[in-house]
Design a protein around this ligand. Structure first.
Ligand SMILES: [Zn+2]
Ligand SMILES: [Zn+2]
Length: 460
């Protein structure tokens, strides 16, 4: 199955019909372009059954089976990583040896990727090409432009993929945040300009398609978090996703305002903040102290930021709850704030963690019980999706990055915003954008791989 010069195809191998392990292919004129190569975290209970194990203390991972493209890797022109979340970048160290193509990505994402590859002794084998926002690259028959959008991690990009026979707008993960605090923002004209040029299809994030309204801006969380931290009497520990550098910036400002010192607890926080510093994205005024010093400070001067908001084992917050953290112990009257949402499937583990904390006499505040917003989603709600469709005006909407329910609602929204046609499918379906639009169902066998004893194994 090879696209000829009249064909423009989209073929997802992972991330369409599910949330996680994104792996997308575009086909034209005899070649393929891969966009994103991510992992997913198997649900508890599946872990033992399917045999995946963790790599050097990391949680167990699974990823899309790339057999289709690995079998024709001489026709794979390149791999683009849109941003550094695990569901987009996490499988590169595992799958690159099967692909062996150049990797194109933005600066912060490249920094994260290099750190991952170094752990697998792949750093000097993988050609990484850093691309600035706004720049264009010719990758085989695809002319790709990196476009600034906002999300919950620095340096996220949407892509305009141009070919001789038509253009595809690939949104990546996004929200419309008018005040993202860190890194580039977005400009409406970026997207209205695309409409003038003509967009055959828009491949777009469905995560929050069932959510009404507009996502909350990162800047809007300052007040809610400050109010909680200002009245706390003992230590305050905030748990959030380590990759959200804007959230860390907000917390560092609040630490200054409330007379506390901020320290980061957990490997992913230290890694992400290090990458932000290395790429000039860490505000110079945001000071951190070593977590080892937090235990010696008066309790009311401590603001710890900890990994483990999903109740994962071996993370900093879990260790604190168990009294086994090397740096200090939580006491009655200390406060733990969840500045994160529960990822579906993790509710039980989070509940167990919260009850463990409460047994210590710790005050626990979740995003649901706080009076003001203390967490913001990184994905577009309905008003944002409609706005983007009105700006870009694609001929076809292709919802991805969601389960069937999210993608169906997304398709209806797109039609409501004036898009003539929506194509909803799942991993392994071939979406033909040119010459004649349509879907061929399950033309490629898809599957899932796990990582076991340093080898990839087929999970199912
Ligand atoms: Zn993301
Ligand atoms: Zn994602």
């Amino acid at each position: 199955m090879t696209p000829d010069h009249n064909d423009l195809w989209f073929l997802p191998l992972g991330g369409t019909g599910e949330i996680g392990m994104n792996l997308n292919l575009y086909g034209h004129d005899g070649q393929w372009l891969m966009v994103d190569c991510g992992v997913t975290f198997p649900k508890r209970g599946r872990i033992a059954a399917d045999g995946t194990v963790h790599h050097r203390g990391e949680p167990p991972v699974q990823m899309a089976d790339p057999a289709f493209i690995a079998d024709r890797r001489d026709k794979l022109a390149g791999l683009i990583i849109t941003h550094a979340h695990e569901d987009h970048i996490g499988a590169v160290p595992y799958l690159w040896p099967l692909l062996q193509c150049p990797v194109y990505t933005s600066r912060f994402t490249a920094e994260i990727l290099r750190r991952k590859l170094a752990e697998f002794d792949l750093l000097h084998r993988v050609p990484i090409i850093e691309v600035d926002t706004g720049e264009r690259r010719q990758i085989g028959p695809f002319n790709v432009q990196w476009l600034a959008l906002t999300h919950s991690i620095p340096d996220p990009n949407a892509l305009m993929i141009r070919t001789r026979i038509g253009n595809i707008f690939h949104s990546g993960d996004w929200k419309l945040d008018d005040n993202p605090l860190v890194g580039h923002g977005y400009t409406t004209s970026t997207f209205t300009d695309l409409a003038e040029e003509g967009v055959a299809a828009m491949v777009c994030d469905s995560t929050n398609a069932t959510v009404q309204g507009h996502s909350v801006s990162e800047a809007a969380l300052h007040e809610g978090l400050r109010d909680l931290i200002a009245v706390a009497e003992g230590r305050v520990i905030v748990t959030c996703f380590g990759s959200n550098i804007a959230r860390l910036h907000t917390l560092a400002s609040i630490a200054r305002e409330t007379g506390r010192y901020m320290g980061l607890l957990g490997r992913s926080l230290v890694n992400m903040s290090g990458a932000a510093k290395a790429t000039g994205l860490w505000p110079g005024s945001d000071k951190l102290i070593s977590p080892a010093h937090l235990g010696y400070l008066p309790r009311h001067e401590v603001l710890g930021v900890a990994t483990g908001s999903q109740g994962e084992p071996r993370t900093a917050l879990r260790r604190l709850a168990q009294g086994s953290h090397p740096d200090f112990e939580l006491e009655a009257g200390d406060t733990v704030i969840f500045s994160a949402r529960a990822i579906p499937g993790n509710e039980e583990a989070i509940e167990a963690l919260i009850s463990q904390l409460r047994k210590l006499g710790v005050i626990v505040i979740t995003a649901e019980d706080a009076g003001a917003p203390i967490h913001a989603s990184g994905h577009p709600a309905q008003d944002e999706l409609k706005a983007m469709y009105r700006w870009v005006q694609p001929r076809i909407a292709i919802p991805v990055h969601g389960e069937a329910e999210h993608m169906d609602v997304h398709a209806d929204l797109a039609k409501g915003a004036g898009v003539p046609r929506a194509m909803v499918g799942r991993n392994g379906d071939l979406f033909m954008v040119r010459p004649v639009p349509g879907i061929r169902r399950q033309v490629v066998e898809t599957g899932r791989l796990g990582w076991q004893k340093q080898e990839l194994v087929r999970v199912y």
